[in-house]
Design a protein around this ligand. Sequence first.
Ligand SMILES: [Zn+2]
Length: 298
Amino acid sequence: MTSHPPIAFAGGPLDLAENQRTAEDLAKFAKAGNAQALIMHHGKFLTKDGTLALVTPMSMVGKHLYDPAPLFLGLDGNVPVFAFSLAEEHEAQDIMEGAHLEVLRALALTLPPKDLALAGRAKSLFDWHRAHKFCAMCGNQTFVASGGVTRKCPSCDTDHFPRVNPVVIMLVTHGDKCLLGRGPEWPEGAFSCLAGFVSSGETPEEACIREVFEEVGVTVENPIYQFSQPWPYPGQLMMGLFCEAKTTKITLDTKEVAEAHWYDKETVRGVFNGTDESFYCPPPFTIAHWLIQHWLDQ
Ligand SMILES: [Zn+2]
């Protein structure tokens, strides 16, 4: 492709500053006059006037914070950027007049791309910390290190790092048709690309072939990687592929896919243009939207 699509949650501005995360580094960054912090509460983000509401890290002193506190996201140019998750909703609400808390899915349609990338990184890291308070090796309580990109076990000395889960998401095509499915929990009429987790010992291409066959009974070939998306629910890496169907008969695994259909290109184009109501297209903050758009553009 000639240009990269505007993938939500990607393209963040940060230098992750992996080599500047000693206690001294972090104290220096937190006290820097230009340092900024975004604020969360129970997975929601504090926003104002359509952007993240940013405060100074030092203004968080004395607030009730969730572990880890604070989380150093990285450097935006020379600006240290932190994230705090406040335990008390009123403390978040009172930080800035006119600001309010909003869930990330709603913000995905409205936040500037840079803010969305910061929010996605913060959410993924906080979700990982919440799920990894105890050592997977010995069960002892772990503690935060390196500004939130490591947890250490004081008992067995194991370092734990934020987990990213690889997922393949693929547009299956056959001539001028593509195969779209609806997950069991999705609303009626909502269709998208098939997707599944990469298993141990698999390449993304192998996972693509396996997942399509498992979910809809269709044999595919020529899986070709297109582009990817960090997906902070809680920490997936969505790897987008195209693949070609060798067979077209659909046999559903209804635990994974409630229904699936072949749609011709004109129908899909109509749905994306708003002139056809055959199904609801995936929203533009999803990689599925851009995989389908990329196919329509070919
Ligand atoms: Zn341990």
